[in-house]
Design a protein around this ligand. Sequence first.
Ligand SMILES: [Cu+2]
Length: 357
Amino acid sequence: MKKWLLNWRLFSLFSVMALVLAGCGEPFISALQPAGEVADMQYSLMLLSTAIMVLVILVVTIIFVYVVIRFRQRKGEENKIPKQVEGSHKLEIIWTVIPIILLIILAVPTVKATFELADVKPMNKENRDKEKTLVVNVRANLYWWEFEYPDYGVITSQDLVVPTDERVYFNLKASDVKHSFWIPAVGGKMDTNVEESKNQFWLEFDQEDAEKAGGIFYGKCAELCGPSHALMDFKVKAVPRDEFNQWIEKMKNAKPVVTDPVAKEGEAIFNKSCIGCHAVTPVDNRPEQARTAPNLGNFGDRERIAGILEHNEENLKKWLKDPESIKPGNTMTNTYGKLTDEQIDALTKYLMSLKVE
Ligand SMILES: [Cu+2]
């Protein structure tokens, strides 16, 4: 095939793809539809740097085209050499000063935003007002997320719940390998490290934007960590402050009450095969190293199963039957005996009954 034809085809293909991808922005996931203070700042910086880059490209291209046309070799003037400007002081100064100015325009807001985004003083104050300044400990694991509310002694997993219209502060760490905490529409990302180098940052979730996103934002791991890295998702429920307070109260007092006979059977199986890893009350006083699996205290209220599957009985059964087929390399696979369909039904009934709402 002719080379220009091949190039042209590739060009059209990429243009169409760019067009298709440009339609991907949904309010629950898109960094281009910022839904909070941090995301707003990051988005403005993106716009500013893009504008500067486009300006530079435009000016350079225009000068380039002008020079190519204006100074090209013309018939009958083959030996004519245009005026040489090499070493021109004026030009050298112009093209040194302009980039410096552009960099300053870029640097001032960037540095300012960097300091603003790193301001975690309120969370580290000795006598912080716990009613007003919420701190969440995020712990990333292969391939699940734990969210601990240290002021309330409450733990949840996979679904983070936060109040809107205020700064929420996060301690970030990992228990196995490095992961990264990212809620595209709201802000981040920030690494979750193993051991002592704990990261801290804050995010703010806008109530109005949360409503546009259906109350749920999408979060994910943004650091390649293993075969199921792409499946290491979580959900963020952003609710008004008073709703959040009610939720945390219910979490504090949650105890599974099982009455249904099938669910009772499930509970018995659970207490034999699963309780060593999974807690079923949001208040879990075991040390961190002992918490080797998601807390299932409010499992019945979850948005997703294992962070990715739609939350329904059918999918839960699939997960219990063969977690490996859903998240390759996850650490639950092959840690309990083979379950019969009956046992899976009973466990499903039991797990779905674990609710606080
Ligand atoms: Cu990861």
